[in-house]
Write a protein that binds this ligand. Sequence first.
Ligand SMILES: [Zn+2]
Length: 192
Amino acid sequence: MTTHSHVILNIAFLSKRDKPNLHPYAFIGAVLPDLPIFIFFIIEGIILKTPQRELWGTRYFTEAWQNFFDIFNSVPLILILLGIGYYLLNSEKIIVFAWSLLIHCGFDFLTHHDDGHHHFYPFSDYAFESPISYWDDAHRANIFAPIERIVILVASIYLYPRLKTRLARWSLIIVNILFVASYLLFFIFRSR
Ligand SMILES: [Zn+2]
């Protein structure tokens, strides 16, 4: 799923009315699994200037980069972190952070077709091929994309009164506007 969808959904799921101070930990947990892809793009695409075709066609699939992506999408590693949060440190912040990582992996598991992550790293290379892709029309993105926008809008309406800062509230509004606009641009106009 798109990173901003993860952010809005995870904060909505993990938000407690009286504890807005935990929102940043849900935020970091929602973003972190996708962060290595941005780092990959900055290093390979912008600094090393690898051509786009080679970037996503071969470089993306090299073992070193795949391992780097997998570390942040590994359910076993996240479960260890969750255990540390619950039993060792008894830290609500780490628990919310780990749950957010886990929820991110859960949604990715269901919305990636042939670009799924190795969620069982380092024990297995298995990657689930979901029948649904969040971006690929060949795998029902044309159906999933509008549903994703509606779900995010509903989650945003639920989350809005729970956000305490003006920055967070405006970010939520702007992300929703851009998200609907991106749907119109890429999914409707492209198919004409
Ligand atoms: Zn992801």
